[in-house]
Write a protein that binds this ligand. Structure first.
Ligand code: SF4
Length: 532
């Protein structure tokens, strides 16, 4: 699949501590709901013992997102923190089990949904980072489904090839795939719309169809047949630029227009809307957020007071950036609305750096949007070659990517050249290699706040060095390859499993136990309240 800036890099707009848990699980849940035509009584969720989810699914929001998706909710729905109760109140029973399945990907979700004791469907999906997913198996059929199309799934016994030919003669679709499993066949149809009842009636004449499922897309930018983008790597973009030094944000606009079949004004309007969401969230964070189930309280308010009173050390614009990063992280931890850019864990470095600097420079929302577009293209190069998933690459995949993106964005705000923007991204990413993921108390707060501040500060330093034509030496694409290699050498304990680093300190364990006890007490109180 060709990466989209709005699908894969700057987005989703969401609530919750982790996009690879909350937003991705929500998308998986919505697809599973569609598979059942919104009619099911039991849900069994299984996680492989050796993956990252057995230790993180509750505290990092997989459960919250998955159950919200099964309810059919949006990723920014304010009811998400109570999604498990809401699902149970519809009469659905939920079981979560740890199993030994030897799943290759650490973020694998195995769902079994029952409508009646005799009717069930299974779905296996992986979360690939930043809220992106891939469904890899449905009812035993090996499929590949990213949530970027209207998909119609036709299960049959008989001559599936005849059905495929009949369908191709009836209408034009983007892709038809025939899968075989256990004596049955599954025809997977990707198109701009799901197949209508009239078309399916016609098909039944060619071959008896046992079941039909219609899955709506869960990504904001749909895919289509024969999509071509002008480049997919940084090196290709520089060749495409051919020394003209077209600004990075302009290349980003061209890329996303080609990817999403959008106009330039569509792309700009979407990014300006995201800038507005981010600005609102930062202001909410500074004003004060409240949420019981978190490690850190409201800290940005005092930072803001001291900054305004001139009582902080002189960090120039960096102090405002630190303030905005802190505010955004507090909004995230309070289940407020954020934008995963590129992930929820690393949601604050980029907007903190760009909006913080933009407010210092007093530039327009449109200029901020251009900076975000530039950062989005840098992120697209990373997502095309690698991942934003900390479960795969440690915090260098989240915080490292955010630093690279923010550095290019800051050069764009300063009207630097294309080579300078790319150099800033390369230098910033180089400095983040090897960064481990070790969330304290299994919450995405500590050391995540510090790592977002580190990413934003590093971005500012690298942007200024690039503006002064410092030499990054290693090209950006090679830095991405290196991050991938380093991620592969990192032990599982240091890749978002909460089994190493700061996660296993005495204090981390104590905080985790305290938060767990508070949650149990709150659940007990709510049950007692409900029975009165
Ligand atoms: S340490 Fe980094 S990768 Fe891990 S949860 Fe925190 S921000 Fe995300």
């Amino acid at each position: 699949m060709i990466v989209s800036i709005f699908n894969d890099v700057i987005g989703p707009v969401m609530r919750g501590p982790s996009s690879s848990h909350c937003a991705a699980a929500l998308r998986i849940g919505r697809l599973a709901r569609d598979l059942m035509d919104a009619n099911f009584q039991e849900v069994l969720v299984e996680f492989d013992r050796h993956g990252s989810l057995p230790t993180t699914h509750a505290s990092q929001g997989s459960d919250m997102g998955l159950f919200g998706g099964l309810m059919g909710w949006d990723a920014a729905d304010e009811r998400l923190p109570d999604s498990a109760n809401a699902l149970r109140e519809t009469g659905v029973s939920i079981r979560i089990e740890t199993v030994d399945t030897g799943d290759e990907h650490p973020n694998t979700y195995r769902l079994t949904l029952r409508r009646t004791p005799d009717e069930q469907h299974t779905l296996i999906a992986i979360s690939t980072g930043g809220g992106m997913i891939e469904v890899i198996n449905i009812d035993g059929f090996e499929v590949s489904l990213f949530g970027d199309y209207h998909e119609t799934l036709l299960t049959l016994i008989g001559n599936g090839q005849a059905l495929v030919q009949r369908l191709a003669a009836l209408i034009e679709v983007d892709d038809i795939r025939l899968h075989e499993h256990g004596g049955k066949q599954l025809v997977q149809v990707k198109a701009a719309e799901c197949l209508s009842e009239a078309i399916i009636s016609e098909l039944r004449g060619a071959c008896p169809v046992l079941q039909v499922a219609r899955l709506a897309p869960v990504l904001p930018i749909a895919s289509r047949k024969d999509t071509k983008v002008p480049f997919t790597t940084c090196e290709e973009m520089l060749l495409h630029d051919a020394g003209r030094s077209i600004p990075l944000w302009r290349h980003a606009v061209q890329y996303e227009m080609a990817r999403g079949n959008l106009t330039e004004s569509d792309v700009m309007a979407k990014m300006v809307e995201i800038v507005r969401i981010l600005r609102r969230s930062i202001q909410q964070g500074i004003a004060g957020t409240h949420y019981d189930d978190r490690v850190l309280g409201h800290q940005s308010g005092k930072f803001s007071q001291l900054m305004q009173a001139g009582r902080l050390l002189n960090g120039g614009a960096l102090n405002r950036i630190v303030l905005y990063v802190s505010a955004m992280m507090e909004v995230k931890s309070a289940m407020g609305v954020i934008v995963a850019a590129p992930t929820a864990g690393a949601c604050a470095a980029l907007p903190g750096a760009v909006i913080g600097m933009a407010d210092e420079l007093k530039v327009s929302e449109e200029d901020m949007a251009k900076a975000f577009l530039a950062s989005g293209l840098i992120g697209a190069f990373i997502a095309t070659r690698w991942t934003f998933a900390a479960e795969v690459g440690g915090c260098q995949a989240e915080g490292g990517s955010a630093a690279a993106m923010a550095a290019a964005a800051l050069v764009t705000l300063a009207h630097g050249t294309l080579p300078q923007a790319v150099a800033a991204a390369s230098m910033a990413f180089q400095s983040m290699l090897g960064l481990i993921c070790d969330p304290v108390a299994n919450r995405v707060e500590v050391p995540c706040l510090g790592k977002n501040v580190l990413a934003a500060s590093n971005a500012l330093a690298c942007a200024n060095m690039a503006l002064a034509d410092y030499d990054p030496v290693i090209p950006f694409d090679e830095v991405i390859e290196t991050a991938q290699r380093v991620g592969g050498q990192m032990p599982r304990e240091l890749r978002c499993t909460a089994l190493g680093g700061l996660s296993i300190t005495k204090t981390s364990r104590a905080i985790e136990a305290r938060l767990a006890a508070r949650t149990v007490a709150a659940c007990g109180a709510s049950r007692r309240g409900g029975s009165q």
